[in-house]
Design a protein around this ligand. Structure first.
Ligand SMILES: [Ca+2]
Length: 159
């Protein structure tokens, strides 16, 4: 029994480096937050295990609208055998004057040739809220009134 366990353990030790060496790609952390003002969001894909190959990428909408909030992109990243591990691509973000809450879209890796695909292979990218309306003069007045009432309330409470 002990012998069998030892044999199994040694075969796992032999197998582990082979599994680790299989070339694969994934998105790199940290996942960036997109802003309209930056004009685009750059994503990094890393290959581990070396070797040459290629992986496709594409976008799909969630609450953000393709072609309105961001420009949909599809493409292929190609690694030559000796290339460094990281490659990047950029998704253009639309900078407009419309007030918007946080909106999201998805970016997915695949299919790949010559590589496996590791997690994270799908990212949800958030476009930060933008262009929120500045309060008008009458709204500022109401806000000032509310602040004064709050201060008055605090004084009343102290007595
Ligand atoms: Ca906007």
């Amino acid at each position: 029994m002990m012998m069998r366990a030892a044999a199994l353990f040694s075969s796992l030790i032999v197998a582990a480096p082979l599994i680790a060496a299989a070339p694969s790609v994934s998105f790199a952390f940290p996942i960036p937050i997109a802003t309209e003002e930056a004009g685009g969001v750059q994503l990094t894909v890393v290959r581990s295990g070396g070797g040459g190959g290629a992986v496709a990428y594409s976008t799909s909408p969630e609450t953000a609208t393709a072609g309105v909030d961001y420009t949909p992109v599809t493409g292929t990243l190609v690694w030559a055998h000796d290339d460094p591990p990281a490659k990047t691509f950029t998704i253009p973000i639309t900078d407009d004057q419309l007030p918007e809450d946080v909106e999201t879209f998805r970016v997915t890796l695949g299919p790949a040739a010559g590589f496996g695909i590791r997690s994270p292979s799908t990212l949800v990218i958030a476009i930060a809220a933008s262009d929120m309306p500045v309060p008008t003069a009458s709204e500022w007045g109401l806000l000032a009134m509310a602040a004064m009432l709050a201060v008055a309330g605090a004084f009343t409470m102290k007595r």
